[in-house]
Each structure stands twice: as C-alpha cells, then as structure tokens.
Design a protein around this ligand. Structure first.
Ligand SMILES: NC(=O)c1ccc[n+]([C@@H]2O[C@H](COP(=O)([O-])OP(=O)(O)OC[C@H]3O[C@@H](n4cnc5c(N)ncnc54)[C@H](OP(=O)(O)O)[C@@H]3O)[C@@H](O)[C@H]2O)c1
Length: 279
C-alpha cells in the first residue's frame, strides 16, 4: 500500500452541513482520520457541531471561529454555500500561507476567484462531490487552481476517496459535473421514486416498491460499472413482444430520454450562470 500523504496533516472543514458533515463522517469512518493529525471544524450554526463536541475519542477539534480552523489546519475544506464563500475567505485570508491547501466544494465558484480573494499564489483546489457522500458513494470531480501542484492534488484525492470515487477533470468541465452528478443524484432519486410509484399504482405497498425500485437502479448501475453497456442490458431484458419492450415504448412515447438529457443540460446551464456571475 502507498504511504498516506495525509499522515500527520491537520485537516479543517468549514461548514458542517450536508456535504461537510458527510465528509467528516466519511473521514472518521476511514483509516485516514487515524492518520491525520487533527480534524478542525467550524460552523456558524453551533448545533451542527455539538455531536462532534461530545465525542472525546475522536481527533475532531471543534473551533469557535473559521479563522481558528484555517490557523490550525494544513488542508482547509470550504463547505459553505456559494453566497457565503467570499465572507469566509475574507475571514481566513490573513492566516492562509502558501503551504496550506484550500479545497472548495462550492458550486460555481472558480479557483481564480478564490485565489484572488486569498491573494499571493495560494494553493486552491476545487471539487464537486455529491450527496452520495452520506453513504460513502460520492462521485467527486477535482481540478486544481494555478498554484496547487501534483502533491496537493494527491492529498485532496486521498481525502475525497474517503467518501467515494474521485475523477480529475478540467475546470471548465466542473459545471457539467455539477449538472451530471452534483444535481444528477436528485434526478435519480426522482426516477426511482417514479418507478416505485408505478408499482404502487399497480397495487404494491409503497415501502416494498421503493426498496425494489432502488435495488433495481443499484443493479443496473453495478452492471454498467462492471462493463455491461446500457444497450446490452436493454437487449438482454427486452424479449420480442414482451413486457420490457412495451414499457420502453411507453417511456419513449413520453420523451423520457430527452427529458433526462434536458435536466442535465439545464442544470449545467445554471451552474455556468452562477460561475459567470462570480468571475
Ligand atoms: N448539497 C449537495 O448536494 C452539494 C453537492 C455538491 C456540492 N455542494 C456544495 O457544497 C457546499 C455546501 O453545501 P451543503 O448542501 O452542504 O450546504 P449546507 O447544508 O447549507 O451546509 C453549509 C453549512 O455551513 C454553515 N455556514 C453558513 N455560513 C457560514 C459561515 N460564514 N461560517 C461557517 N459556517 C457557515 C451553514 O449554516 P446555516 O445553515 O446556518 O447557513 C451550514 O451548516 C455548497 O457550496 C454547495 O455548492 C453541495
């Protein structure tokens, strides 16, 4: 096994909401938290921190201010909503030196904007995870700013591996990833819900239908990741004159493919609008 790059490093997370909390829980569950020095956390909402304050066995240090996180951590993960990013950057800029790495999860905030706020050649990495992080199944896209090097990227990848898969992309593609997987997980939730509703419409209890629909989606996803193409799955399921072909015809008659593509295209467009606004 390769030596951990996170070993002995202090990690900071500012914003313990949906993503920040998932990341923290992922790190605590993975060996990485035992390797890292301490995990320093802050959030404007104190109640988001209380669960971690009580856990004396972990190496989590609850901080009273964002600045304290940035002072103590070698790698600072910024997990607040995009409109709050500037304010937090202003708070921590004076304690950020050129050795520290700032990893931003904020949608639509370019690395160049963060670098400008921090000033003077600071290491910035941008990531786009998704809510699958809650169960260790995030898809995280990662890109680096002007001053972050390969070693910094490797550190960020190791951290985000704790909550799922990591893919390196060009920064211009981050907005597409925001639509495809950042928002895409909600599109899937809706599709699974719709599949279950079909079963409920035909008489199945809702809990049974929902679990079966979710497991069906999981099966399809695992097959595709194992190398079966979507068209092969279709071909293997749809026998001539059978039930699947009737269902597929009904789906296409309603334009499901175009509607799902449109969801990703529109979400990407919105991510680009937000990015443009911030440049
Ligand atoms: N949720 C997703 O699926 C997802 C996916 C990919 C990327 N992201 C990105 O991840 C970031 C966080 O999203 P989220 O869904 O985790 O948001 P969230 O649940 O609202 O979490 C953000 C947390 O930061 C706190 N906060 C607000 N201002 C702060 C400040 N000045 N200092 C410290 N903490 C502050 C918030 O408190 P309050 O609630 O009191 O404001 C909240 O607890 C966003 O930039 C988003 O674009 C989210």
């Amino acid at each position: 096994m390769n030596e951990s790059r996170v070993k002995g490093k202090n990690i900071g997370i500012i914003g313990i909401g949906n993503i920040g909390r998932s990341l923290l829980q992922g790190l605590l569950a993975a060996a990485i938290s035992r390797l890292s020095g301490g995990i320093f956390i802050s959030d404007i909402k104190r109640e988001n921190l209380s669960a971690f304050e009580a856990d004396r066995a972990s190496n989590v240090v609850v901080c009273a201010a964002n600045r304290e996180v940035a002072e103590n951590a070698d790698v600072i993960i910024l997990a607040v909503k995009p409109p709050e990013v500037n304010m937090v950057l202003e708070e921590i800029a004076s304690v950020m030196n050129s050795e520290k790495i700032l990893i931003s999860v904020a949608a639509g905030v370019p690395t160049a904007v963060i670098e400008r706020y921090l000033g003077g050649g600071k290491k910035v990495i941008r990531v786009m995870p998704n809510l699958g992080a809650r169960v260790g199944e995030s898809v995280t896209a990662i890109c680096t700013g002007e001053y972050a090097g390969e070693e910094d990227e490797a550190i960020a990848k190791e951290i985000f591996h704790a909550i799922g898969a990591v893919y390196r992309v060009k920064e211009r593609d981050i907005d597409i990833i925001t639509g495809l997987s950042g928002s895409g997980i909600a599109f899937f939730a809706m599709m699974i819900d719709a599949l279950a509703d079909g079963g409920v419409y035909e008489g199945l209890p809702h809990d049974v239908a929902l679990e079966i629909a979710a497991r069906t989606a999981l099966g399809a996803a695992k097959m595709i990741l194992a190398g079966d193409t979507p068209s092969l799955i279709k071909q293997m399921t749809a026998s001539p004159g059978g039930t699947t072909m009737r269902g597929l015809y009904a789906m296409e008659a309603k334009g499901v493919t175009a509607a799902v593509m449109e969801a990703v295209i529109e979400a990407t467009k919105r991510a680009r609008e937000i990015s443009q606004h911030r440049t």
